[in-house]
Structure formats: C-alpha cells, structure tokens
Write a protein that binds this ligand. Sequence first.
Ligand code: PMV
Length: 316
Amino acid sequence: MPAISAIAPGKAILFGEHAVVYNQPAIAVPVHQVHVKTSVFANPKGKPDEVWIESQAIAMKSWLNQLPDNNALVILIEKYKASQGFQYLPAMRISIHSTIPVAGGLGSGAAVSVSVLRAISAFMGHPLPDEQVSALAYEVEKRHHGTPSGIDNSVITYGQPVYFQRERPIEVIHLGAAFTLVIADSGIKCPTSTAVAGVRQRWLQQPEKYDAYFTRIGCISEQAKALIESGQINALGPLMIENHQLLREIGVSLPQLDLLVTSAINAGALGAKLCGGGLGGNMLALVKPETAEDVSRALLGAGAVRTIITQVEPAR
Ligand code: PMV
C-alpha cells in the first residue's frame, strides 16, 4: 500500500518574538526551503495500536507505546486520538524526515507536529481542518516550553505570513511585494524554553521596564504589517534593526548574534535581527535579491554555520 505523506514548512519570526508571549503582536513567515515530511504506511499484519515511529532527525526508532508519557509524539498522538474519539489506531509505521535544524528557532517541533497530524489524519480518512491541526500542535508546544504564544503552530499550519496576537483570530498578511531573507544559523543551540524563562524572570523583577520593551516591540510589528501590506519593503530594514536592539536589551542576544547582524548590514542588508528564542539559534537579514549572495557569504565569514536564502512571496 502506498504511503500517505504530508509536509510542513519551517518558519522565521520577522518581528515580535518574546513580546508575543506578553500579548503583543508578532509577524512570522513560512520558510519553505526547509520542511518536515511525514509518511504513514499501513501494517495490515500488525495488531491495533502497534505504531512504529522512526525519525533520523531525532535519532528515534521505537514503538510508540515504549516512549515515555511526556514524549512530544506520544502527547500529540494521544491528543489526536482523544479529539477523534479513537480508542486505538490501526497498526502503522510513521516515518518522519526533517531538514529543519532542531532547536534553532525555525519551528522544527511545531513542523513535526503539523506534518504528523496531517499525515495520520489523512491516513485515517478524515484530514483535520487547519484550526484543529494548529490547536493540537499548540498542545505539544506547551510541552516544549511552558508558555508558548502559539505563533509557531499557527504560521506552520497556515503556511503563509501571519500577524499573530494571543487570544485574537489569526490574520494572514497579504504581501504588497515579495521580499528576500537570508537566514543564518549561529551554530549555537539553546532551547526556546531557556530564553523564555530568562525573560520571564527579568520581567518579574522589573515589570514596568520590560512591559515598555514589549509595548515598543508590539508597535514595531504593527508598523511592519502596514509596510509589508503596502509593499514598502525597504522601510522594514530600520524596524528590524530596532527590534534587534530591543531583543538585546531584554537579554536574549549573544555577541555572536550581534556580530552576524552587524556583518549582514555591512554587506548591504536592509536590516537584520536575531529570530526566534535567541541566545543562539538563527538570525535573519532582509536583503535586495541582488545582494543575497554577498550577505550570505559575509554571514558565513562571520561564523554562521549555514545560511538559507528564502523568498517570501504574495499568495497566488
Ligand atoms: O524559538 P522559536 O523560533 O520557537 O520562537 C519562539 C518565539 C518566542 O516568542 C520566543 C516564544 C513564543 O512562544 O512565541
């Protein structure tokens, strides 16, 4: 029997990370150059609930019921079964292939959740609607870090640029013009939960100061949305630089990330900032298409271990 497969893209946060946890708006875009692909194969000879999972990205080869209860895939599949009223799943093999770097701020965890949910639900004959995919993936995000905003599962589920604010309906942003990003991996790994917990600790110590940072970041996201919609791409550059400065002030940058940002700007980028949780992971630079290669080279020269050049396009 042929496999049923589903793909989910990576993502990058253009504006508003961390502040989004404190109810400010943020903007994220899908990154289609990297993705997770999940394939589900039937096992007609197996017994109910004999679910085999393999993933080279996280070095996993296991029966689902032999994984610990707090494993992200166990949580995801249990939530899926409960949402559908299933007591068990038919015997199957789930193969997960990812090109998204783990713990790098490109949404690898949420992309695994989204692609697994889509593949299993299609295999079961009832593909889940987007809202339900996003909501179930969010449950697993909570396992990854206690207070997720929900931006990762939203942008990855919808596969389009989104303007995201907690407790508000998700808004897809209609681009006025395409734009190009160079995303660079610092090579330093830091779980999002560590960065988010550090910000929370500092916010608890100095709530007014941190609320002011978050409010300013929220204003940047709002301004950026209008510029993206009207196709004023060049004007996004200074907003990115300001957003990076604010992320430094809230304590989630590193000298290596600051160096990448400066190097990108010196090589001709319109703007640059760290993206995602910070304290490592990735940064991104907004570039004119003709300078993308120069900026990419400069970033590799300044210590990046990998770059991705990606075009964010208006939906067709
Ligand atoms: O590290 P990432 O790419 O998963 O991004 C996390 C974004 C934060 O705002 C830091 C946390 C969140 O839940 O929104």
